[in-house]
Design a protein around this ligand. Structure first.
Ligand SMILES: [Zn+2]
Length: 233
C-alpha cells in the first residue's frame, strides 16, 4: 500500500534522502518505520499512523518521554477496559439472536435490544475508537494509506450502516431484510475496536520497556573522558 516499501521495483519513484539531513536528534521524536519523519513534539507518524518515539538523550534520565509514554498507556488502558466492558453485552445481544428460536427475545425484544446494542457500541466506536478515525482520516489526507485507513473505513461502514438501520429501518429495501429485520453489525464494529485497542496497548507497553532499556544502556556510557598527552620527546 505504501510505496516507500517498494524500492525493489519502483526505485525511480523513491526520493533519495540524505540520511545526515534526516536524522532525528536526541530528545526529538521519530517513527521507527519512517526515520525521515522528525518532530519536536510527540504525535503520530503521518505515514503509518504509529506513535512517534523519542530519540534517547545521552546521559539523560528520559523522564519527559517516560511521562508521555505512561500517559499514553494509561489512556489506552482506560479506553480498552471501558470498551471491553461495553462490547461484551453488545456481542451477546447480537449472537443470542442467532440461536434458533432466540431464547432471549422473551426478556429483551428485538426492537429494544437493537437500541441497547446501538447505545453501547456508540461509546465504544466514537469515544474509545475515535483515535483510529483521526489516524485514518490523516492517512487519507496525506495519501499514505495504512492499517488505520482500513480500520476506520471498515468499522465506520459497519457502524454507520447499523446505526441507520436502527434509526430509519424503513428506508431499506425488502431484499436487505432477514426475517423482517435489517442486519446489524454493531458487535463486529465494537469487537474490532477492542482488539485494535488491545494491540495498541501491548505495542505501547513494549515500546516503553524497549525505550527504558536503551536509556539505561546509554546512561552506562562514560560521561567524562580524560585525554592523556604523552610527550614522545
Ligand atoms: Zn511511520
Amino acid at each position: 500500500m505504501n510505496d516507500d516499501h517498494h524500492s525493489c521495483c519502483h526505485r525511480d519513484h523513491v526520493e533519495e534522502i540524505d540520511p545526515a539531513l534526516t536524522k532525528a536528534q536526541p530528545g526529538q521524536f521519530t517513527c521507527p518505520m519512517h526515520p525521515e519523519v522528525i518532530s519536536d513534539t510527540p504525535g503520530d507518524c503521518p505515514k503509518c499512523g504509529m506513535a512517534l518515539e523519542t530519540v534517547p538523550v545521552l546521559s539523560g534520565d528520559g523522564a519527559e518521554s517516560d511521562d508521555h509514554a505512561a500517559h499514553e498507556i494509561r489512556e489506552l488502558s482506560r479506553k480498552f477496559w471501558m470498551a471491553l466492558v461495553l462490547t461484551v453485552p453488545v456481542f451477546f445481544l447480537a449472537m443470542w439472536s442467532m440461536i434458533p428460536g432466540n431464547p432471549l427475545v422473551e426478556w429483551i425484544p428485538k426492537h429494544i435490544s437493537k437500541w441497547l446494542e446501538f447505545a453501547f457500541s456508540v461509546v465504544v466506536v466514537v469515544w474509545a475508537g475515535g483515535i483510529f478515525f483521526v489516524k485514518g482520516w490523516r492517512s487519507i489526507i496525506a495519501r499514505h494509506f495504512n492499517m488505520f485507513t482500513l480500520i476506520s473505513i471498515g468499522v465506520g461502514a459497519a457502524f454507520l450502516c447499523s446505526a441507520i438501520a436502527t434509526v430509519f429501518p424503513h428506508i431499506f429495501l425488502e431484499s436487505f431484510r432477514m426475517d423482517g429485520e435489517v442486519g446489524l453489525y454493531f458487535e463486529a464494529a465494537a469487537v474490532i475496536i477492542v482488539l485494535v485497542l488491545l494491540g495498541q496497548l501491548l505495542e505501547a507497553k513494549a515500546r516503553t520497556s524497549t525505550g527504558q532499556a536503551i536509556q539505561a544502556l546509554l546512561n552506562l556510557a562514560a560521561k567524562t573522558a580524560h585525554r592523556m598527552v604523552v610527550n614522545a620527546g
